[in-house]
Design a protein around this ligand. Structure first.
Ligand SMILES: [Fe+2]
Length: 356
């Protein structure tokens, strides 16, 4: 009887303990959620630098708070042999050990206005990259992001970097995207110099095979330069060169908020320091874009800052000089694991682009 009384007396206590434990667990989960929502790190990206007062204005803040900077090609617009002058110019702002990560533009390729191998000698890799730094490489950071940098439609050291379905460059890129997903790396970003769809003056120089691969793999962010403008796309499940197909749009981005995995967001950011190009709002591909800036529309120089956490990439156009353009958007995790395979239905909706 005594034992029974003892047991009866314990029940309310154990219920109370259970309730306290449950409450503690809830508080813990809320705290963890809040921590996960905070940015783990921030990086920046843009291309088309030159060595102007506008370039300097961007470089002055480029390293501030950004763990690394993705330089999307077209570096000095100078001469072969004088790359060190440009590197010194950059380092005078960001410091000599800052990860200012390079990829070649057309002005840095063979027979151009500076050579990528000379730039990479004076601004070397600081991210422990794998592959051919400046040309075709990748690195992972904090287990949260894989950054893959490629130089499509450029010739470097006599090698043509074309990403055609089934060729070695295409297969390398495809496998590095798949590998990141398989390893549970949350975000995959692919950076390059040249464009495909754009409202600027360029055409689909990277080719349809590469554009379709990036979209079909649901690369979270594709970063480009080359067109000296800023454009942020809608979230796309396909893209047709030279025409707009509304069925390609997973999220129009009008609320500046995308959900990870629904499609790919393209950012063209060729506006650091060289002369801007005009935006054609009547362009046949204009329907793919949510936001734009150019020489004829609030011309503003700067770069894009990306705050990355497990749950979100939050992007912001950072104005350095010129006009007053601004933009910001988020890509937020849908909550589950990142997609590791392409839904078959998506592949069948892809429309081939014509290769120029
Ligand atoms: Fe350029």
């Amino acid at each position: 009887m005594n034992l029974g009384g003892y047991s009866m007396a314990l029940r309310p206590v154990s219920r109370m303990l259970s309730a306290v434990l449950a409450l503690l667990m809830l508080v813990g989960m809320a705290i963890m959620g809040a921590v996960r929502a905070e940015a783990a790190f921030t990086f920046a990206a843009a291309g088309d630098f030159n060595q102007t007062s506008d370039t300097a204005a961007s470089l002055a803040t480029a390293a501030s708070g950004n763990d690394f900077f993705l330089a999307l090609g077209d570096l000095s617009y100078g001469t072969v042999g004088a790359e060190g002058v440009w590197c010194d110019f950059v380092k005078s702002y960001v410091g000599s050990s800052y990860p200012f990560e390079l990829i070649s533009g057309n002005h840095d390729a063979d027979n151009a206005d500076g050579f990528i191998r000379n730039f990479t000698a004076c601004l070397p890799d600081h991210m422990g990259s794998t592959g051919d730094y400046g040309v075709e490489y990748y690195f992972d950071y904090q287990g949260l992001i894989r950054v893959i940098m490629i130089a499509p439609n450029l010739t470097i050291d006599g090698v043509n970097y074309e990403y055609l379905q089934g060729n070695s460059h295409y297969n390398w890129l495809s496998s590095k995207i798949d590998q990141a997903r398989a390893q549970g790396i949350k975000w995959v970003v692919v950076g390059m110099h040249k464009n495909c769809i754009t409202m600027g003056i360029k055409s689909c120089e990277i080719g349809s095979d590469l554009m379709n691969l990036l979209i079909s793999k649901r690369v979270d962010l594709v970063l480009q330069g080359h067109d000296h403008v800023y454009q942020r796309s809608k979230q796309l499940t396909c893209a047709t060169e030279g025409s707009y197909s509304a069925t390609c749009v997973a999220d129009d981005g009008a609320d500046n908020a995308y959900t990870q995995g629904a499609g790919t967001v393209l950012v063209v950011a060729g506006m650091v320091g060289t002369g801007l190009y005009t935006i054609d709002t009547g362009d046949s591909e204009a329907g793919y874009f949510a936001k734009w800036m150019g020489d004829n529309i609030n011309p503003t120089h700067g770069y894009v800052k990306f705050a990355v956490s497990q749950n979100q990439i939050s992007a912001q156009f950072v104005r350095s000089s010129g006009g007053t353009f601004s933009d910001s958007f988020t890509i937020t995790s849908s909550g589950g694991n990142p997609p590791d395979t392409i839904p078959p239905a998506v592949v069948t909706t892809l429309r081939p682009l014509t290769t120029p």
